[in-house]
Design a protein around this ligand. Structure first.
Ligand code: GDP
Length: 521
């Protein structure tokens, strides 16, 4: 997609190199970037205040021409690798800063490795040559051990002695960057098309909303363009350069801060101008979906079914299969995501074979029977048929009202510990067949006990169509005919008062719970 539009040779124009400054901490990366910025030959125009927008461009004299160079204004290889991890290769040349008094240090080597891995040529800035103990020759000889051989030693890497503190040698450094660019890199782009590039840095600004610094890699970006950057989209409302000046357009290798996106993209996100706003939004939404799926797949660590079956046969994995049902889709999703994030040994697999909203049904139980799955009900219960089927088939059904408890329990199961030794169990279940309205003592439920025993003072909850609609109640009064009783058994009728709680309907179920010791496997 990126290449095809550039093929038209007639439109290709030389673009400025994009440079990242890397090196060991305290070797002077920030100073070098400051010193370079001060050399700008067309600096000091009216109104400009130096801004940190994540990148800047300077102009310098080179062989009689004015040439631009773009610098990424975040020194170090962390930003460089973070962007590469997102698939963005923005850097053409790396300046490796090495303090002449300190020599090669661990991060010097690390930075070099990153540049080499990315195939980015290096220019070495031997810094702090003003220091009395500076030894620039030693830096050169040390680096040959890493395959970086200076031109004066017959190699192809340019070394430049500089003092960022005094500003000495900075012009030579820029010269070396341009020579390196012209020597081997074919830095061209087509400015006559819709822009594309990379977001370098972005933030949420109180007054201006989302502000994102983008580096144009091809085409020309203009105010008013509809764009998408990562999963953010919008129209370019305004563009500001590194001097805080408004600009109307940005050509290849030009970094500009863009306003008008609906959210904040991440460093390394690719941006492109689209035909219209609708398309920008569509691309953003598609990217978001792809990202979400990738995240889920990653969290799931799921093997293909074939791999899984094979591993199972070889005894390499044990799996815990789950079916998740919940009262609302948000809860099901949240539970699923949290469960999939549980970190366990690689030999144990967590598979969520089915998820859905609503009461646990007979088909859920059938599926659980086939796949030997545990059914998790979050704020939902099995309907009558499902309850019978689960009992008949011996399907493990577990109910939770707090996501954390579900996660904790599953985690324990996965780790083979079954940590909570007590769990909630149903003590009794009663079906409401009549509701007696009473303003004095609260409504009374005329029930028949369907299973277990209902006990006075027991903790209770209301289930309507398989979904828990009220929890944390207590059986306040329990009567058979006119008599107060302490318990009512299966198949007997009773009158139940739930204190001030009045929201009961015919057909609701009252479930009472008790804590029982968990059976150990
Ligand atoms: P960074 O961590 O690589 O960004 O390093 P800095 O740019 O923050 O510089 C680290 C320290 O070295 C600071 O105290 C600078 O003033 C000092 N420094 C940087 N460049 C030079 C230089 O050319 N000469 C001398 N003497 N000190 C320098």
């Amino acid at each position: 997609e990126q290449e095809e539009l550039d093929e038209d040779d007639e439109n290709l124009e030389i673009r400025p190199p994009v440079v990242t400054v890397m090196g060991h901490v305290d070797h002077g990366k920030t100073r070098v970037l400051d010193a370079i910025r001060k050399t700008n030959v067309i600096d000091g125009e009216a109104g400009g205040i130096t801004q940190h927008i994540g990148a800047y461009q300077i102009w310098t004299e080179h062989e009689g021409n004015e040439r631009a160079i773009t610098f990424i204004d975040t020194p170090g290889h962390e930003a460089f690798t973070a962007m590469r991890a997102r698939g963005a290769d923005v850097t053409d040349i790396a300046i490796l800063v090495v303090a002449a008094d300190d020599g090669i240090m661990p991060q010097t080597v690390e930075a070099l490795n990153h540049a080499q891995a990315a195939g980015v040529p290096v220019v070495v800035a031997v810094n702090k040559v003003d220091k009395p103990d500076a030894n620039p020759a030693k830096v050169r000889s040390q680096l040959t051990e890493y395959g970086v051989v200076a031109e004066e030693y017959g190699g192809d890497v340019m070394f430049v002695d500089v003092s960022a503190l005094r500003g000495d040698g900075i012009d030579n450094l820029l010269e070396a960057v341009l020579l390196t660019a012209d020597a081997g890199l074919d830095l061209v782009a087509n400015p006559n098309k819709e822009a594309r590039g990379v977001a370098i840095e972005a933030k949420l600004d109180k007054g201006r909303g989302s502000v994102a610094t983008v580096l144009v890699q091809g085409g020309t970006l203009r105010v008013g363009d509809p764009i998408v950057a990562g999963t953010a989209y919008g129209r370019v409302r305004a563009m500001i350069d590194e001097n805080g000046d408004r600009v109307e357009e940005a050509a290849p290798s030009r970094p500009v801060q863009v306003q008008g996106l609906n959210s904040v993209p991440r460093a390394g996100d690719l941006f492109l101008v689209t035909e219209d706003d609708r398309m920008a939004r569509q691309i953003a939404e598609k990217r978001e979906a792809v990202e979400r799926n990738a995240q889920l797949a990653k969290a799931r660590k799921r093997m293909s079914l074939e791999d899984f079956t094979k591993a199972l046969e070889e005894g390499k994995v044990e799996s815990l299969n789950l079916i998740i049902k919940g009262d609302v889709s948000g809860a099901v999703e949240a539970l699923e995501e949290s469960l999939l994030k549980i970190e366990v040994d690689d030999s144990v697999q967590l598979r969520i074979i089915h998820r859905g909203v609503g009461a646990i049904t007979e088909s859920d139980i059938n599926l659980a029977t086939i796949d030997n799955a545990i059914v998790i009900g979050f704020n939902v219960r099995p309907d009558t048929k499902a309850r019978e089927a689960a009992q008949r088939e011996g399907v493990d059904t577990r109910f939770y009202n707090v996501i954390y408890n579900a996660i904790d329990d599953v985690e324990s199961s996965l780790k083979g510990m079954l940590k909570p030794e007590f769990e909630e169990a149903q003590a009794g279940l009663a079906e409401i067949r009549e509701v007696f309205r009473s303003s004095k003592v609260g409504n009374i439920a005329g029930v028949i006990v369907r299973s277990g025993t209902i006990t006075r003072n027991a903790k209770a909850r209301i289930i309507r169509d398989g979904v828990v609609v009220a929890d944390g109640l207590a059986i306040d009064s329990l009567r058979r005919f006119k008599d107060d009783v302490t318990e009512v058994r299966t198949d007997f009728e009773a009158g139940i008062g739930l204190g001030k709680f009045n929201d009961i309907q015919i057909g609701d179920e009252i479930e009472t719970i008790e804590m029982v010791e968990k059976p150990r496997d």
